[in-house]
Design a binder for this molecule. Sequence first.
Ligand code: C2E
Ligand code: CA
Ligand code: CA
Length: 519
Amino acid sequence: MKDFLESKAGRQLAQVTAVALLLLVGCITYEDLLLGLVQSFSAGKAHLIIIVFLVAGLASFAYSALRILDMRNEMLNRRKAFDEADHIATHDHLTKLPNRYAFDRLVLSQLDEKPRQAGEDIGPQTVTVFSIDLDGFKKVNDLLGHQGGDVLLKEVSRRICALAEYECVFRFGGDEFVAVARNLSPEKEELFAQLLIHSVSRPVRIGTLPTEVGASVGYARLPDHGSSLEEVCHRSDVALYEAKSRGHNQYCLFQPEMQEKVSERAKLEGQLRRAIDDGRIEPFYQPLINLRTGDLCGFEALARWNKDGVFVSPQHFIAVAEETGLITTLFEQLLTKACRDAQLWPGPLSLSFNVSPVQMEDRLLASRILHILQQTGLASSRLEIEITENALIGDPDLAAATIEQFHAAGIQVALDDFGTGYSSLAQLARFKFDKIKIDKSFVSNFTHNDKNAKIIDAMLGLSRSLNLKTTVEGIEENAQLAYFLSQGCDIGQGYIFGKAMPQSEAIDFANDRRRALSA
Ligand code: C2E
Ligand code: CA
Ligand code: CA
């Protein structure tokens, strides 16, 4: 009612009523005068004019009343439309959860206020922000389509809401959620993070298929980790990033060192982007030696980034390239350069090239490689692609199809870092490889470690029985070399033969090796 009276329609009704009252008071005050007028005019049918005025007055009054009702309805509709538009803008249409915009607008103003009730002992007030990101959601989307992904997101949001019953849950977009809780002790915060992971990672049935995703959780608290919710939310994101880097289903409480790590990472990302744009990352080549004949059989291309006179480890920048999606550009650039370089080597030496796990999820990988071979003119039989086991786990069917495409094109495929994954034998049974590369971690201390020697023997026996070639990487000492020679291993790689070197040195190395062998 108050709203209506304050609105334009309400004001108009008040004005019309006031005018009517004034007229009434006027009529009562000058009643005699009016009656005299009516009588003096009655002979001339003046009463008809008065009746016309009266009817017209009543009609306009009715019209105004209808207009006012109309305006009131319009106002209510407008308010409803505004509320609806506001709801749409501040809520996620799929899960119906409030979104990032709602977090910015509502939470910042409301959650900052402390709940004060008469006689309540408030104690120290804290607000903890939990950033939640699903692990492996992309796989579900790829496998079951967006509809399947939507079902999963709805179920996940329901589970998070069930845990944070009296708190706030937001969907920040994609597979990112935020839960806000007040006054949790550090122990309860940790428990809540564990519960979130436990609850989200329980299987979800989509249609007839049981599906699973994981959850990574980062959290930070007001006022310990920031002076505003916005800042704390940013910090919980930083902690989430750290949790993600530790693998699936991990949780982390924000620590100041994490912020530095993230800032450094962002800086490195910018530098990497520029280095790729300027073509400053180049392939170096490490020799691969045929252990039976001593011949050089090829080189493995290893990416090298000389950043202001210091080489950044490829393990470091390849990971950044993978995360930022720069890996495809970097890969195409390096492979193109390596294929051109390989054609300048004396003889048809092989070129081994590493493909990172993220790339194995690229359906166009094989066609990208074939396009580069076509462009550069390198024979496909000279190229060998090295794949690590974790590249096969993400989407095994796609990996199998890609490997099939490689084989069909005449490209060799090697299983890299063999023995370091958790399911090496399963990978050998499922995928078709031409070669396995025994990881250098087995080689580095096998002479002092009986168990490692036994594992190496077993791996060599297995590859022989499967008719696969073996490369042993990381050979540094003569004793190691002598052992692998005696075991009939096919190819050796390691500092004992040579480190990864630039193209000019690789050509000299190949020529020297040829001369030495013929002499
Ligand atoms: P990887 O494919 O296992 O490459 C072999 C690594 O072992 C190389 O390290 C090589 O320098 C090192 N190594 C070779 N012989 C010895 C030895 O005798 N002793 C010791 N201690 N180390 C030896 P690098 O160049 O630092 O590369 C590290 C990893 O980075 C590679 O491991 C590979 O996974 C990745 N990487 C390098 N270049 C590329 C690339 O162009 N693309 C992709 N996707 N990954 C790359
Ligand atoms: Ca490799
Ligand atoms: Ca390796």
